[in-house]
Design a protein around this ligand. Structure first.
Ligand SMILES: [Fe+2]
Ligand SMILES: [Fe+2]
Length: 344
């Protein structure tokens, strides 16, 4: 008793014997969605609008024989399982031809039950191959994403570790920026890019001399002018890329110290003239810096830092983005918890 029938699977029967064709169609039609073709050329026409999950193919047919058809199908539908129905005289020919292809054969006259078992087995293993390759692609994609994130973080860390910030600050600024973008209605792709691009906001610090970057006392006017250059240096490090992610990181590096009221640097841009990526990162960066401990200050309680961000709405920060940021306080606190500072 066959229980493994798959009505939703499509089987293409290719045979020049009209009687055999219609008998198989009648029988297999009870288990699958079936279409028929009288030879290889007709089969190639059929697959333009009937995409089979398996083809049952006769060997000797006029116009285009089964083995030639197999090669064509293999190009047009890679991995399509094929079962040949063959006379005993064809065996050597088939076995030679099958090497390297996803194909099986069954001797004529085929017993219906045998045929159904073989079809189901071929469909099952083809499904498994498909799932395996999907898994392999997903794993490779994840690995690439992880490598990308790791390289970005290490690059950002190289800059951040020179000043009293930690690697976790970089991660948090990335994830918080992604959350602010999401809360502001940006699409998933933009938010994802923010997660990866925002951590690079301070890469330009690699170009700032240690005696200024690490100076514990208040900076002189001239020293602060030099610190400001980390924005343009960062943009230069990241410039000229064809990749959207690095282009976004360049924009952020250049604009994350601009202020909504125009009093920021390096461009003194104001309002919507400041790229939104920079406006978002600015909020995440300042909030995270306030709530982090530094050698010269204790970490602010989150409540106080939220109030500070709010008080800078319309001054340092984009007021609409501040509203979105304050709407997701719980998510921001969770990120703060999840990526706690490690000791350097
Ligand atoms: Fe910065
Ligand atoms: Fe930062």
């Amino acid at each position: 008793m066959m229980t493994d029938s798959r009505e939703n699977k499509k089987v293409l029967i290719v045979d020049d014997d009209p009687m055999l064709r219609s008998m198989q169609k009648l029988f297999l039609g009870r288990h699958f969605d079936v279409d028929v073709a009288a030879d290889g050329l007709e089969a190639l026409e059929k697959i333009k609008y009937f995409m089979p999950d398996l083809a049952l193919i006769d060997i000797d047919m006029p116009r285009m024989d089964g083995l030639t058809l197999m090669k064509e199908l293999n190009i047009q539908i890679p991995g399509l399982p094929i079962i040949f129905l063959s006379g005993s005289g064809d065996l050597d020919k088939i076995q030679q031809a099958l090497s390297g292809y996803t194909a099986d054969y069954i001797m004529k006259p085929a017993d219906n039950t045998d045929l159904l078992i073989r079809i189901n087995a071929a469909l099952t293993s083809s499904e498994k191959r498909r799932k395996d390759s999907e898994k392999a692609i997903a794993a490779a994609t994840k690995e690439l994403r992880d490598i990308k994130l790791e390289i970005i973080n290490r690059l950002a860390k190289a800059a951040e570790l020179r000043d009293p910030e930690t690697g976790m600050h970089i991660l948090r600024v990335g994830y918080m920026s992604g959350q602010i973008a999401l809360a502001s209605g940006f699409d998933a792709k933009f938010c994802d890019l923010m997660v990866f691009a925002a951590p690079m906001h301070d890469v330009g610090k690699v170009g700032i001399p240690d005696h200024i970057l690490l100076k514990p006392e208040k900076l002189t006017f001239e020293e602060f002018e030099i610190i400001k250059n980390h924005t343009t240096i960062g943009a230069r490090v990241l410039s000229g890329s064809h990749h959207q992610l690095i282009q976004m990181a360049e924009t952020i590096a250049l604009s994350h110290h601009e202020r909504w009221d125009g009093s920021g640097y390096p461009g003194g841009l104001s309002g919507a003239y400041i790229p939104v990526e920079g406006r978002i990162t600015a909020i995440a960066d300042v909030f995270d810096a306030l709530t982090s401990e530094r050698p010269y200050k204790k970490a602010w309680p989150a409540e106080k830092a939220f109030l500070e961000i709010q008080s800078q709405s319309g001054k340092q920060f984009d007021p609409e983005l501040v509203t979105c940021f304050l709407n997701i306080e719980d998510k921001i606190l969770k990120l703060k918890d999840k990526f706690m500072d490690e000791f350097k």
